[in-house]
Design a protein around this ligand. Structure first.
Ligand code: SF4
Length: 315
């Protein structure tokens, strides 16, 4: 049987739930400790004022209202049967515990199979984890987390002003895994200070930590950000599109084939960016990636055998 090129998230969900499952993003009243001075100020150098949620509904609407509105649209368009409620923007565990609990309880419904929470590795308390475990058991709703790592290069993490290092990310993963929750990690493969070895090492680290899914981002540069200023002053260089596609292939080759790919390329509104996807649509980039993978006869996990102990590999 031919190897699959990469493990699509839609297949991952089909195998897990055996139903048409769609994500519903919700927007809550929170911020980020890396923006408000608690851990850092100004945030990551690529992060815009609105965080990452370009398609989100107004956070002043209740969660129930946001879910209802999105559900109507998704059921009509995709005939979805079950839903994942996705707390997407900023740091969704950076809240008083009682407020966080209320938000989670508001999501619970018969057709909700999972609640996915995007946060930072330094904002995951035992109180939150044990509350979520109770929810999982009581309502049979899976809990998953999303953490941004972006790169495994700790020097680049510093330049990005992430406010955490690789060690804290690993610590966060271990905490989440202890409760048996699933985990997605975000990676950017064309950060100006990284090279292909960083990308390979990133794939190896995520594989060795046995994360469940990954969102791959092509770096986009938002207006009015520190990264935007650097770009306008020609202080940074973005690699060529063809080079980027080659890096993506390397990343996929070294990634555990059982890790689902939630995203291959970033999407950002043109009017908000100084640079995004080499002015090419993301589906054209995807076509280019697939074509090259087929030409090279390669696939996700082709070079994954590094986790097998060398000494026993050929026995
Ligand atoms: S941690 Fe996330 S929300 Fe906070 S500044 Fe960085 S990218 Fe923005």
């Amino acid at each position: 049987m031919a190897k699959r090129l990469y493990y699509k998230y839609s297949d991952y969900l089909k195998e897990k739930y055996n139903k048409k499952v769609y994500k519903i993003p919700v927007n809550i009243n929170t911020t980020c400790p890396n923006r408000d001075g608690n851990i850092g100020s100004g945030g990551c150098i690529f992060c815009g004022e609105e965080g990452a949620g370009f398609e989100l509904l107004d956070k002043n609407n209740s969660i129930k209202k946001q879910i209802k509105k999105n559900k109507e649209f998704i059921i009509k368009k995709y005939k979805a049967e079950k839903f994942i409620i996705y707390f997407q923007n900023y740091t969704n565990t950076y809240l008083k515990l009682e407020i966080f609990k209320d938000y989670i309880l508001e999501c619970i419904d018969e057709d909700v199979v999972e609640i996915s929470i995007s946060t930072r590795p330094d904002c995951i308390s035992e109180d939150i984890l044990s509350f979520l475990k109770d929810i999982e058991i009581k309502y049979s709703i899976n809990i998953s987390f999303e953490l941004g790592l972006q790169t495994c290069n700790y020097k680049t993490l510093k330049r990005l002003n992430r406010g955490h290092t690789l060690a804290e990310y690993i610590h966060g993963v271990n905490k989440i895994k202890k409760y048996n929750f699933e985990l997605c990690t975000h990676m950017i493969l064309n950060l100006p200070w990284d090279d292909k070895d960083d990308v390979i090492e990133g794939a190896k680290i995520l594989s060795s930590l046995e994360i469940n899914t990954v969102k791959i981002h092509s770096l986009y540069i938002l207006k009015n950000t520190l990264l935007g200023n650097m770009y306008e002053k020609n202080e940074i260089e973005i690699i060529h599109k063809d080079e980027y596609i080659k890096r993506m292939i390397l990343f996929l080759e070294y990634l555990d084939p059982n890790i689902g790919i939630q995203r291959l390329f970033s999407r950002a509104p043109k009017e908000r960016t100084l640079f995004c996807n080499w002015d090419t649509s993301w589906w054209k980039l995807k076509d280019q990636l697939i074509e090259l993978m087929k030409e090279k006869e390669t696939y996700q996990g082709k070079k994954f055998q590094y986790l097998k102990p060398r000494i026993t590999r050929n026995i």
